[in-house]
Design a protein around this ligand. Structure first.
Ligand code: AP5
Ligand code: MG
Length: 214
C-alpha cells in the first residue's frame, strides 16, 4: 500500500503516521523528520534546510525532490510507503509522479487531515518531540508518562524551533498558497479522502483506518 498523508501544520500527520506504519508495516518517509535529523547532524543539507524551516518557509523544490527521490529509489520495502508532508507544491507532485509512474510505487490513497486553522496554535505550541526517535507528544493531549522524557527511548523531549506563533503563521500561509492546490490535484485524480482531524486522536485514527481499508 502506497499512501500520502497531507494536512496543515499540526493537523496530526505525524501522529497518524506513527499508527499507520505500526499497523500496516510500511516505510515512513517524513520530509520534516528527515530535514530535522539532517539539521541535528549539521550536514550541508541540514544547514540549508534550517535557514528555511526555522522561519516556517518551504525548503526549495529541487532540494526536497532530490531527497525524496533518493529515499524512494533506495527503499526496497515490499509493503509500500507512507509519504508524510510531501508533496506540498504542485511542482513536487509532478516530480513525484515522474519517479513512481509505471512502477509498483504508484499511489493508492491520499489522506487529507482537515483542521480549522484556529485549532492549530494549541497543537503546535503544546507539542514536544523526542530529538532522538522523533516520537510526538503534547503537554496536555498526549503527555509522556514521565514529564519531559520520551516513553520510547528515555531521551529528553524538546520543542521544535519552528513551533512558534510567528513561524506557524508563515507555515499556514505556505500551506494555503502552495499545498491547497496539491489537494485539488489529487482530488481530481480521485485519490483524495478528506478526514475531519478536529476529533480525538482515537476517532481520527478510526476514520483513517476506515479510509485505508475501504
Ligand atoms: P513538517 O515537520 O512536516 O511540519 P508541518 O507540516 O508543519 O506539520 P507538523 O509536523 O507541524 O504537524 P503534524 O501534522 O505532523 O502534526 P503532529 O502529528 O505532530 O515540516 C516542517 C518544515 O520542514 C516545513 O515547515 C518546511 O519548512 C519543511 N518541509 C517539510 N516537508 C517539506 C516539503 N515537502 N517541501 C518543502 N519543505 C518541506 O501533531 C501536532 C500536535 O498535536 C502534537 O503535539 C500531537 O500530539 C497533537 N495532536 C495530534 N492529533 C491530535 C488530535 N486529534 N487531538 C489532539 N491533539 C492532537
Ligand atoms: Mg509532522
Amino acid at each position: 500500500m502506497n499512501i500520502l498523508i497531507m494536512g496543515g501544520p499540526g493537523a496530526g500527520k505525524g501522529t497518524m503516521s506513527e499508527k499507520i506504519i505500526k499497523k500496516y508495516g510500511i516505510l515512513h518517509i517524513s520530509t520534516g523528520d528527515i530535514f530535522r535529523s539532517e539539521m541535528n547532524a549539521k550536514t550541508e543539507l541540514g544547514l540549508l534546510a534550517k535557514s528555511y524551516i526555522d522561519k516556517g518557509m518551504l525548503v526549495p523544490d529541487d532540494v526536497t525532490n532530490a531527497m525524496v527521490k533518493s529515499y524512494l529509489m533506495n527503499s526496497h520495502h515490499a509493503s509500500g510507503y507512507l509519504l508524510d508532508g510531501y508533496p506540498r507544491t504542485l511542482a513536487q507532485a509532478v516530480a513525484l509522479n515522474e519517479v513512481i509512474k509505471g512502477t509498483r510505487m504508484e499511489i493508492d490513497k491520499v489522506i487529507a487531515l482537515d483542521l480549522p486553522f484556529d485549532v492549530l496554535a494549541d497543537r503546535v505550541t503544546g507539542r514536544r518531540i523526542c530529538k532522538k526517535c522523533q516520537s510526538i507528544y503534547h503537554i496536555t493531549n498526549t503527555p509522556p508518562k514521565k514529564e519531559g522524557i520520551c516513553d520510547v527511548c528515555g531521551e529528553p523531549l524538546v520543542q521544535r524551533k519552528d513551533d512558534t506563533i510567528e513561524s506557524l503563521s508563515v507555515r499556514v500561509q505556505e500551506y494555503i498558497k502552495n499545498t491547497a492546490p496539491v489537494l485539488d490535484y489529487y482530488r481530481e485524480k480521485g485519490y483524495l479522502v478528506t478526514i475531519n482531524a478536529n476529533q480525538s486522536i482515537d476517532d481520527v485514527w478510526a476514520d483513517v483506518q476506515k479510509a485505508l481499508e475501504d
